[in-house]
Design a protein. Structure first.
Length: 223
């Protein structure tokens, strides 16, 4: 006997399915980045933190959380539903903290220490351009996508700029172009973050609603 309205159950399952699909897409995209575009090779001073790894971890977490919510709904298990609620709350808090950090980054200049750290990683990777195929592919992808050259310009390539650099000798460096791209897309990043947070709040609300419905129905039938 189901202990909550069928409409609530259907909405809950629809949300869980959407969340599961979202996790699969993020996981798949992360695996694709790890295989084809591992830009982490540009930063050997921080090898474990690559965009692909981040997407794989986030996608896996989302799939596990969605699975807990789905099983909690089907089995009418309060423990699974509350575990789902708590995990989703932790993810939501992490996203809020990240959004605040991004906002602070947007309002202030990047600390000199971080600038130096990034510049060192990129400089080391330029020296490996001709000896490491992964580094070459990563630099070529970045320079073609952002239409930039080197870190600060063509002068970074002591043996001459590669073919992936634009032909303009006064072309801008990739570090400045990457920061400009981030600033120009900051609004879209914020909108996406807000939408994800709203979806997560809805999921938490569904979990609490089902939990309360299970309690009420259990009391009414004397369980």
């Amino acid at each position: 006997m189901r202990r909550y309205p069928r409409t609530t159950f259907c909405f809950r399952m629809l949300w869980d399915s959407s969340f599961q699909i979202c996790g699969c897409c993020i996981l798949g995209f992360g695996i694709y980045l790890l295989i084809h575009n591992n830009f982490g090779v540009l930063f050997h001073n921080l090898p474990s933190l690559t965009l692909g790894n981040v997407f794989v971890i986030v996608g896996s977490i989302i799939m596990v959380v969605a699975f807990l919510g789905c099983m909690g709904s089907i089995k009418e298990n309060k423990c699974l539903l509350m575990s789902f609620f708590i995990l989703l709350l932790i993810i939501l808090l992490a996203e809020v903290i990240l959004a605040i950090l991004l906002f602070v980054y947007e309002q202030k200049n990047v600390p000199a220490q971080l600038n130096e750290y990034v510049a060192k990683g990129l400089t080391d990777s330029i020296h490996r351009y001709h000896s490491d195929n992964s580094t070459k592919a990563a630099w070529d992808s970045i320079q073609s996508f952002l239409q930039c050259c080197g870190i600060n310009g063509t002068s970074d390539w002591t043996s001459g700029p590669p073919a992936s650099c634009p032909s303009d000798p006064n072309v801008e460096g990739c570090y400045a172009k990457a920061r400009l791209w981030f600033h120009s897309n900051f609004l879209y990043i914020g909108i996406i973050t807000i939408c994800v947070c709203v979806i997560e709040v809805l999921g938490m609300s569904f979990a609490l609603t089902l939990n309360c419905q299970i309690d009420k129905t259990s009391q009414s039938i004397g369980l």
